[in-house]
Design a protein around this ligand. Structure first.
Ligand code: UD1
Ligand code: MG
Length: 450
């Protein structure tokens, strides 16, 4: 069945006390809106429509950055959730299939929950996602009769008896696209808020003899973010979930609570992640690797059996093949390290390729930036780069070559060659002793004068 997603993201989010539109506040390295889009994307929608309003330009940019095929529609005045959905009508004209309404500030709806809603749609015209609230507060109340949903009453408009109901509206609604927009046409704004409530479509549907039901989910899934405190809670919830999932998938941790995940972190079973590791977005780690303590990884791929850290930094474009070793205080950026390459201490490798079984000595730097442009360093297989070698890019070091410690390499090194690029050492016999005497004499003189 064709599915269209309509994601409401026009609200201001006054309580965030921020210039950033609410839905762009990040959780685990991605805007809340992107979390909602990803949840919806698991249904493989044929259209995704984002309703933007406050900060529309930024919201639109973030949405399109994540999914260039998304359609952005504008809600210039925020007149309620039905009014917001209505802005998607033109974009979904003639859509044959279902529409599912999600909120951009409700990032944790699970794919399985959406699946259950799609299933429930087989027997009902409209399906709402509900949850039993520990504290129903200001949520809309779901008035059920058996498994039939009769209507949704907003808190402000509810009488005492209705307020006593603890089965609440999450905001997620599914219906045939045509039916949804038909029902919305009939929604008025004669209520306590003077808004067009999307929730009114249930009563209207029932009056028309259509059927409606509610699918229930865990309250944690429907967590909406309205304040900084709720954003922090959402982050904590995400992290807890990500850790549990990783443990279930066979990842090994010494101190799971100290590991920070991004929304898209992928770690294979058998991999050990030590304490205080940060995964920024775009990290994939294969099976049986070892990420040692205090490492920071972003936009990189680590193959099976590689060892990273402690205190390593992998930046975007770092590609580590099997059994690569990257040790302490090593930074890798936009560089491919072939199988068995070792860079164990205090080095910067950027815009480079390092061949198989090559050993890069301590303190090596690929000098990739000339102040204006970035340049590539090519290092062959089985090379030995001596400690403190400066590789001034663009430069190539051939297979089986060596560089002497402390070399500044500005010319290509042929395969099998030893390159030395440093001043020749001279020893001046007895000179140090003489120097010490002169210096000590000077110091005594200064101390006397003081
Ligand atoms: C809404 C529901 C309520 C439900 C609650 C769950 C209605 C009338 N009420 O109430 O039943 O329990 O969510 O959190 O639907 N938005 C727009 N344009 C608008 C208005 C809202 O894009 O004109 C967006 C907001 O940015 C937000 C979402 O829709 O993402 C929900 O709006 P909000 O004002 O938070 O609705 P609630 O009053 O919380
Ligand atoms: Mg709300």
């Amino acid at each position: 069945m064709n599915i269209a997603l309509i994601i409401l993201a026009a609200g201001k989010g006054t309580r965030m006390k921020s210039d950033l539109p609410k839905v762009l506040h990040p959780i685990a390295g991605a805007p809340m809106l992107v979390h909602a889009m990803r949840a919806g994307a698991t249904l493989e929608p044929d259209r995704t429509v984002i309703v933007a309003g406050h900060g529309a330009e930024a919201v639109s940019a973030a949405a399109l950055d994540h999914d260039p095929d998304a359609t952005i529609v504008l809600q210039t005045t925020q007149e309620g959730t039905a009014h917001a959905v209505k802005q998607a009508a033109t974009a979904l004209e003639g859509h044959e299939g279902d529409s599912i309404v999600l909120y951009g500030d409700t990032p944790f709806i699970q794919p399985e929950t959406l699946e259950r809603m799609v299933e429930a749609r087989q027997n009902h015209d409209v399906v709402v996602l509900g949850f039993t609230a520990a504290d129903p507060g200001r949520y809309g109340r779901l008035v059920m009769q058996g498994d039939m949903l009769e209507r949704i009453v907003e808190f402000k408009d509810a009488d005492e008896a209705t307020r006593a109901i603890d089965f609440c509206n999450s905001g997620v609604i599914a219906a045939k696209t045509e039916v949804l927009f038909d029902l919305i046409e009939a929604v008025g704004n004669d209520n306590a808020s003077g808004e067009y409530y999307l929730t009114d479509i249930i009563g209207i549907a029932r009056d028309r003899g259509l059927s409606a039901t509610a699918v229930a989910c865990d309250e944690a899934e429907t967590l909406g973010v309205n304040s900084r405190a709720e954003l922090a809670q959402a982050e904590a919830l995400f992290q807890a979930r990500a850790r549990n999932e990783a443990v279930e998938n066979g990842v090994i941790f010494y101190a799971p609570d100290s590991v920070y995940f991004a929304y898209d972190t992928m770690i294979g079973p058998g991999t050990l992640v030590e304490q205080n590791v940060v995964f920024a977005p775009g990290v994939t780690i294969e099976n049986d690797s070892h990420i040692r303590a205090f490492s920071h990884l972003e936009g990189c791929h680590v193959a099976r059996g590689a060892v990273v850290g402690p205190y390593a930094r992998l930046r975007p474009g770092a590609e580590l093949a099997e059994k690569v070793k990257v040790g302490n205080f090593v930074e890798i950026k936009n560089a491919v390290l072939d199988e068995g390459a070792k860079i164990n201490h205090l080095s910067y490798i950027g815009d480079a390729h390092v061949g198989a079984d090559t050993n890069v000595g301590a303190g090596t730097v690929t000098c990739n930036y000339d102040g204006v442009m970035k340049h590539h360093t090519e290092i062959g297989a089985r090379v030995f780069i001596g400690s403190d070698t400066m590789l001034v890019a663009p430069v190539t070091v051939g297979d089986d070559a060596m560089t002497g410690s402390g070399s500044v390499i500005t010319q290509d090194v042929p395969a099998g060659a030893l390159a030395l690029g440093r001043a020749r050492q001279i020893n001046k016999v007895g000179m140090a002793r003489k120097l010490f005497e002169i210096l000590k004499f000077k110091k005594q003189k200064r101390d006397r004068e003081a």
